[in-house]
Design a protein around this ligand. Sequence first.
Ligand SMILES: O=C(O)CCC(=O)C(=O)O
Ligand SMILES: [Fe+2]
Length: 311
Amino acid sequence: MTTEAVNLPIIDLSSSDSISSANSIRQACIEYGFFYLVNHGVEEELFAEVFDRSRNFFSLPLEDKLKLTRKHHRGYTPLFMENLDFASSSKGDSKESFYVGSLDDPTLINLNQWPPEDILPSWRPAMELYYRKVLSAGKRLISLIALALNLDEDFFEKVGALNKPRGLLRLLHYPGELGSTDEEIYGASAHSDYGMVTLLASNGVPGLQACFLDKSKQPRIWEDVLHIDGAFIVNIGDMMERWTNCLFRSTLHRVMPAGRERYSVAFFMDPNEDCVVECLKSCCSEESPARFPPVRSGDYLEERFRLTYAT
Ligand SMILES: O=C(O)CCC(=O)C(=O)O
Ligand SMILES: [Fe+2]
């Protein structure tokens, strides 16, 4: 079956016309929950370096990678460890990953795990640089999202979402060869992301698809989300959907195996754990009352992680 490719809006983060950018973001988030972000301040060379280093890490012998096995959501997760959609596949996803968490929160920074310097020299500073640059782009983007919701630019700072930024960087590797199997294997099975927004970069190998229909609607119709050199693919996460009472959509997406090795790097902008996510009054009305009770971000994320890694 052939899949259509979706034509997503492109947002220029360097535009001086923030009102017009905010309007475009609003449209994109209502219609798709996905858009491309360009002129975001992360240079092509840094993308290239991060993808090289990601490849170096995943090429290490499994026993070296397993020494950094995921703890406190930091470190390495091997192939088939994770299942985002138990309904569609009982085998986990065909991907391995490596998480880097907050660099700014003093209580969290020491939880990060790093490959030893003698095995992968200068790996850590490269990832830290990338982390900081994407976080800075993400913060600018979130202020535009606030404007897009007719809120003050610093709304998400004021509600405590960003005071101890909880960005989670995730390197992903989808192997090209799957071997034979009698059940459908996904790179990443259908899911929506948990946080505010995700900024995704890839090595250009296709596979990412999104379903823009209502999450509960069957059958699902999948459309390819193509890579654009130098652009982030941005998607809205579930906590932003809750804030906006479903005005902004947290869209289902998945990664299909493409028969070629895919590398991607996702940056999840999650609200600070103590931030309470509560439907915005401006997104509720008598006809459309709040669909979600307030939730503490940390509790919500823990529960989502628990379900993802349940075996
Ligand atoms: O690798 C990709 O392109 C998407 C990854 C993704 O959706 C995720 O990790 O949440
Ligand atoms: Fe995702």
